[in-house]
Unconditional design. Sequence first.
Length: 140
Amino acid sequence: MIEACRLIEFPQKGDERGHLVIVEGSQDIPFDVKRVFYIYGSDKDVIRGRHANYRSEFVLINVAGSSKVRVDDGKNQKVFNLDRPHTGIYLPKLIWKDMYDFSKDSVLLCLASEHYDENEYIREYEAYVKLMAQGREDGI
Ligand code: TYD
């Protein structure tokens, strides 16, 4: 599952007037975007996220500054550095994610495949690990 988390390079149409980066739903990323939110002003020692989602897929892009994203599938972990406005990370559903190490100027743009629904968030890590272990046993 962790292999499904991947960096995506977005098309760029920069010219002498500046940069322009394009992210088209279901073309440059694997889903249609239903929700956009962004995170800024988080201190370096803050850890955000700390959850997994039953249904939502995400693409995270540091449109300014940098941050790190640790992804976890209940068995394996991987860390991605987000530090380029034209590169995002794709996160499928059921991936645990921690965002941290925010630079002062970090603006982390999050594109989501679903509208916000607190009921589809798994916020207890132990419960998440159990769920994923059960899923592996059941061959899901
Ligand atoms: P939270 O999930 O803790 O943010 P993060 O994943 O960035 O650490 O969300 C913070 C608060 O904002 C929480 O009360 C839920 C609310 N929220 C919404 O209402 N809609 C949203 O789309 C998001 C992402 C959060």
